[in-house]
Design a protein around this ligand. Structure first.
Ligand SMILES: Nc1ncnc2c1ncn2[C@@H]1O[C@H](COP(=O)(O)OP(=O)(O)OP(=O)(O)O)[C@@H](O)[C@H]1O
Length: 232
């Protein structure tokens, strides 16, 4: 579905992403694992169209989208979850209605019922303004909004950032629920818990892919164990 082909990108003259190549197939969950400053956000933003490429290509469903603006890529179904997309003065339900309005091909109430089966905790918050949600509840809302907007490719940038270990395990569960709902997902993380939900994992270091493999290969790699699981 998505082909990232030898891309270089960065800011001004500064090259951050160097010769990155990988594919994301339909229904796959692909994880980019990297420490702070590895270039994860820059890579995801390059795919979503917020950072321009110096060279290389990005292909979505056999169409070259390299030169398209971010909003055009969004129209083609690339959704990068940003918590800024939540309107703090609107209720949880109103925020979900806005996310759903981007698709228009189903009744909101039917979709809402499905979402509440996936994220039952949201029932309690439907009438509450989004500004009153905790960090973890905001994550849940942003995941629910992503599901409602029916993306072709969902991009998640460090969904565990700022969360307690307990909340991280719940966010891992949210991601697996999105996966069960047939969403193709690209996640960047430094928390190795997300390896469990990934079909394919890449390790990014200084803007370069150092390792690529399936979840068990990467989870058992000695360097990965030392760096991300702090196993000596
Ligand atoms: N707008 C910018 N202008 C210049 N340099 C930037 C900009 N944004 C990020 N960088 C630099 O790009 C490099 C990679 O940053 P990036 O945010 O992509 O990494 P990351 O892996 O997402 O890190 P983190 O986990 O800390 O968010 C860093 O050296 C950073 O200083």
């Amino acid at each position: 579905m998505l082909k990232v082909d030898h891309i270089y990108s960065g800011y001004g003259d500064l090259k951050i992403i160097k010769d990155v190549t990988f594919d994301v197939n339909k229904d796959e969950t692909v994880l980019i694992l990297g420490l702070n400053g590895a270039g994860k956000t820059t890579l995801l933003k390059s795919i979503a169209g917020f950072v321009k490429l110096f060279s290389g290509k990005i292909i979505l469903d056999n169409n070259d989208i390299t030169k398209l603006d971010s909003y055009k890529r969004a129209k083609l179904g690339i959704t990068m979850i940003m918590e800024q997309a939540i309107f703090p003065d609107l209720t949880v339900k109103e925020n979900m209605e806005i996310a759903h309005s981007k698709t228009r091909n189903s009744k909101f109430n039917d979709e809402l019922n499905n979402i509440l089966k996936t994220f039952p905790e949201l029932k309690t918050f439907l009438k509450i303004k989004a500004q009153a949600l905790s960090g973890g509840q905001r994550k849940m809302l942003s995941m629910a909004m992503a599901l409602l907007s029916k993306p072709k490719l969902l991009i998640l940038d460090e969904p565990s950032a700022g969360l307690s270990p307990l909340m991280v395990s719940r966010v891992v569960k949210y991601v697996s629920l999105l996966k069960e709902n047939g969403i193709t997902i690209l996640i960047a993380e430094q928390n190795p818990s997300f390896i469990d939900v990934a079909d394919k994992v890449m390790v990014l270091e200084s803007g370069v892919i150092k390792l690529m493999g399936n979840a068990s290969e990467i989870a058992n790699n000695n360097e990965v164990r030392k760096t991300f699981f702090q196993v000596s």
